[in-house]
Every structure is written in structure tokens, then in C-alpha cells.
Write a protein that binds this ligand. Structure first.
Ligand SMILES: Cc1cc2nc3c(=O)[nH]c(=O)nc-3n(C[C@H](O)[C@H](O)[C@H](O)COP(=O)(O)OP(=O)(O)OC[C@H]3O[C@@H](n4cnc5c(N)ncnc54)[C@H](O)[C@@H]3O)c2cc1C
Length: 406
């Protein structure tokens, strides 16, 4: 990060720290041409007019307190949808990671060496990090689960583990727990689309979206192109972030240059609405909207183990939260970032669950309790989009073939 910061500073780029983007700017033809946002500390607004925009705001983990994820609220997805971009694979959005229940550390690799037990110390049959996470989730629905890293870990391996992922051990050291010899309670923390694979649809090899002037990179974009409906974390995510960042940046710059003098002459207008401005007469409570959204996406028996009834019930409530946000007053500057995050989270949950409802099979991380098998007839991507009204449809097969080469 430090290296990248230095490089772009040397190139003359001005970095706006702690200054989230709130909305995109478009020209008269709807071409994306900049963004507006706010500085968190000073509450000063900023506007950047640009030849093109790359959305690289990561995925959405719904403020679950998962490691590194509490800044990832789907803002870029909402901004993209507001200019008409669509999504792909939003049903692959229910990644849950193991963490000690008393911490946010969701590094899961070392649980390959764990035994998982009930409170009384009995082993939970079938529980495991890679293939038995559903068993852990099912058990957590009714009782606590404990882990201990005691499966074939010799002294040499312990030393290697400490050296290669020191942050895994910090919480144990602080709590005075030796994870190799003592049991500790665990939970599954939602990482949503961060270690899911759905996101903004990439329209071609330039990482362009379907909207002129808008590009997407990293976790904000769909990663189905590199790993389908499942990613266990691992190197391909960072590789995709860097590769798509490079491709989208290069393509956006080429596009911006192709506009020539026209770019500066365009008259622009902002397009953000939900959580940003409203003509309603009740004030919005972003924290209430966030808590209500979390109540729909955190529970394992809703989001991990999906059913038609569960998804539909959640969608009714999520649609209601969305309407509440849409029909509320314009928030004060001190609340606008939270309000926008709330709007982005509820929007993301609606794309997720509408897509999940439509995919009537179990594929990748998308588990349908009522359709437990993979269905060869549903071997296609699901596209989604929309704001007040959400749509979901299969991607045409021809486009599918073209994207294989990305
Ligand atoms: C616990 C964990 C472990 C992982 N381990 C690995 C691994 O070992 N190997 C691997 O390859 N991948 C791993 N990943 C995945 C990898 O971290 C991501 O794929 C990668 O960070 C994605 O990069 P990104 O730049 O797209 O998004 P991020 O790194 O998530 O960055 C997005 C940035 O956008 C900012 N942002 C959000 N909203 C706004 C806004 N409105 N305005 C401005 N900025 C905004 C955020 O603050 C953040 O800085 C892991 C992920 C997690 C959660």
C-alpha cells in the first residue's frame, strides 16, 4: 500500500483520505464523468470531474466486524446501479468465515488443523473448516462451538504458523489462550460479497461496465470470471484486484483521452438519491436501517441455508427498509455517510436475495435447502440490477462464451 501510494503521489495524483465517494456525476447522455463525496473529518464536500471513473470500493460485508471488512458497505455497487450498471452473480454473496467469537480475526487457513467440539468437549461429527462449515453453522444455530488447533500440529508447524500469520495469534495472546492446547469459542462472521464472487458486471476485457465512462475492478466487480460461484479466499482474489485494477485503469485512461476537449465542456449532474436526498417528512435513522438489514443477512438460517420462504420474507422486509430510506428527509451532513452506507447495504441485500430466489439449485456458495442439488440446466450467470424495482435474468449464452476469454 505504501509503495502504491508513493508511486501515485510521484505521478502527481492528489489523494483524498477519509473522503468517501457518495455519488457519481453523469453528462446529458448519461455517460459517467466524475464523482462527489465528503471528507469525514471536516464534512467538506468534494467534486471530481473526470473523463472516466473506476469503481474499486470493494465488496459488501454488512458491517459484520469481519477483519478488514468494516469499511465495505457496497457503496460502489449502489453508485453503479444509480447510473444503470448491472450485476452478475449476486447470489454468490454469503461467505462466512470462522473467527474466535471474541474477535474479528477471520483468518481461516489454520482451522484446517482444528478439532471442533460441543461445550462438553464431544467432537462435532463432520465439522471442518473447508468442507464442514455448514455443520458448524447448523450447530451454532442452537449452541456454542469450540475449536482447538490440535490436529497434527508439531512444534515446527507451530513456529511456521506464528511466523507466517502473526496477526492470527494476537487475539489469543491478549486473551491468554494457547489455541494449540486450549479450546476457544468460535463464530461464523459474514463476509458477504467480499469473499463471495458477485459484483458489478464486467462487459468486456477492458473491465468496462455496461455504462459508458464507468469501469470496475477488484471485489466491487464480479469474480465469477475467475472462480465461478465459490472462492475460499486465497491468492486469486488479490490477483484479480491487481489485474482488473490495471486493466480498468488503462482502459479508463484510454477512454478519457479519446474524449479530447469534449470532456471538459460537458455539463454534469449528480445522480445519487437513496440516503443522500429525499423529500419525505420523517428523518432517517441509518443505524436502525443497518440493524434491520443485518437482521436479514447475518442469520445462517436465512443467508447460508436459503429457502424460498426465508428469502421471500426477508425481501419483503428489505423492500420496506428501502422504501423507508427513499421516503425520508435529506440527512444532515454528519449522517450522510452512514445513511448512504445503509442505503447501499439494503440495496446489496436485495440484489443478493432476488438473485438467490431465482437460482433454484445449490451451486458454489449458494445453498438452497429446498433445492439441494446442482442443476445442469441452470449453468448460466444471473444478471441483476435496478433500485426501486429489482430485476434478475439469466445472462444470454452468447455473452457467456465471449467472457470466457477475459
Ligand atoms: C480476512 C481476509 C483475508 C483475505 N486473504 C486473502 C489472501 O490470502 N489472498 C488473496 O488473494 N485475497 C485475500 N482476501 C481477499 C482480498 O483481500 C480482496 O480480494 C482484495 O482486498 C480486494 O481488493 P479491492 O481493492 O478490490 O478491495 P478492498 O481491498 O476491499 O478495498 C476497497 C477500498 O474501498 C474503500 N471504500 C469503500 N467505500 C468507499 C467509498 N464510498 N468511497 C471511497 N472509498 C471507499 C474502502 O475503504 C477500501 O479501502 C482476503 C479477504 C479477507 C476479508
Amino acid at each position: 500500500m505504501r509503495f502504491m501510494r508513493r508511486k501515485i503521489k510521484q505521478a502527481g495524483v492528489k489523494i483524498l483520505d477519509h473522503s468517501p465517494a457518495l455519488e457519481l456525476l453523469v453528462d446529458a447522455e448519461g455517460v459517467v464523468a466524475g464523482a462527489r463525496g465528503i471528507n469525514r473529518q471536516s464534512e467538506q464536500r468534494w467534486t471530481v470531474k473526470a473523463g472516466a471513473v473506476v469503481i474499486a470500493t470493494g465488496g459488501c460485508a454488512f458491517l459484520s466486524k469481519a477483519l478488514g471488512c468494516n469499511v465495505l458497505t457496497g457503496d460502489g455497487l449502489l453508485m453503479a446501479a444509480e447510473v444503470g450498471a448491472d450485476f452478475s452473480g449476486m447470489e454468490f454473496s454469503n461467505a462466512y468465515a470462522i473467527s474466535p467469537s471474541f474477535s474479528s480475526v477471520t483468518k481461516t487457513r489454520y482451522y484446517d488443523w482444528a478439532s471442533f467440539t460441543y461445550e462438553d468437549g464431544t467432537v462435532i461429527e463432520g465439522a471442518g473448516s473447508k468442507h464442514g462449515r455448514s455443520v458448524i453453522a447448523k450447530t451454532l444455530l442452537t449452541q456454542p462451538v469450540y475449536a482447538r488447533l490440535d490436529q497434527g500440529v508439531d512444534e515446527e508447524t507451530k513456529a511456521w504458523m506464528r511466523a507466517s500469520q502473526p496477526n492470527f495469534f494476537v487475539v489469543f495472546d491478549r486473551a491468554g489462550i494457547d489455541p494449540f492446547t486450549q479450546r476457544f469459542p468460535i463464530t461464523l462472521r459474514l463476509e458477504g460479497t467480499v469473499r463471495g464472487t458477485g459484483g458489478i458486471r464486467i462487459a468486456d476485457h477492458t473491465c468496462a461496465t455496461t455504462v459508458a465512462g464507468l469501469y470496475a475492478a477488484g471485489d466491487a466487480a464480479t469474480r465469477e470470471l475467475i472462480c465461478g460461484g465459490f472462492t475460499g479466499g486465497g491468492s486469486h482474489n488479490a490477483a484479480w484486484a491487481m489485474s482488473s485494477g490495471y486493466w480498468s485503469g488503462e482502459s479508463a485512461a484510454t477512454y478519457a483521452l479519446s474524449l479530447g476537449d469534449k470532456a471538459a465542456q460537458r455539463s454534469l449532474h449528480p445522480v445519487g438519491e437513496a440516503g443522500l436526498q429525499g423529500a419525505g417528512n420523517h428523518p432517517l435513522s441509518p443505524n436502525e436501517a443497518i440493524a434491520a438489514t443485518q437482521a436479514e443477512v447475518f442469520p445462517y438460517d436465512r443467508n447460508l441455508f436459503r429457502t424460498t420462504a426465508g428469502l421471500s420474507e426477508s425481501l419483503n422486509r428489505l423492500d420496506h427498509i428501502w422504501q423507508e430510506i427513499r421516503n425520508s428527509q435529506t440527512p444532515a451532513d454528519s449522517l450522510v455517510v452512514r445513511a448512504r452506507e445503509a442505503a447501499a447495504m439494503v440495496a446489496t441485500a436485495r440484489w443478493m436475495y432476488n438473485s438467490g430466489l431465482q437460482r433454484q439449485e445449490t451451486r458454489g456458495m449458494h445453498k438452497r435447502v429446498d433445492y439441494p442439488q446442482q442443476d445442469p440446466n441452470q449453468k448460466y450467470r444471473l444478471l441483476s440490477g435496478g433500485l426501486d424495482t429489482i430485476w434478475v435474468k439469466p445472462e444470454p449464452a452468447v455473452a457467456n462464451r465471449e467472457l470466457v476469454s477475459v
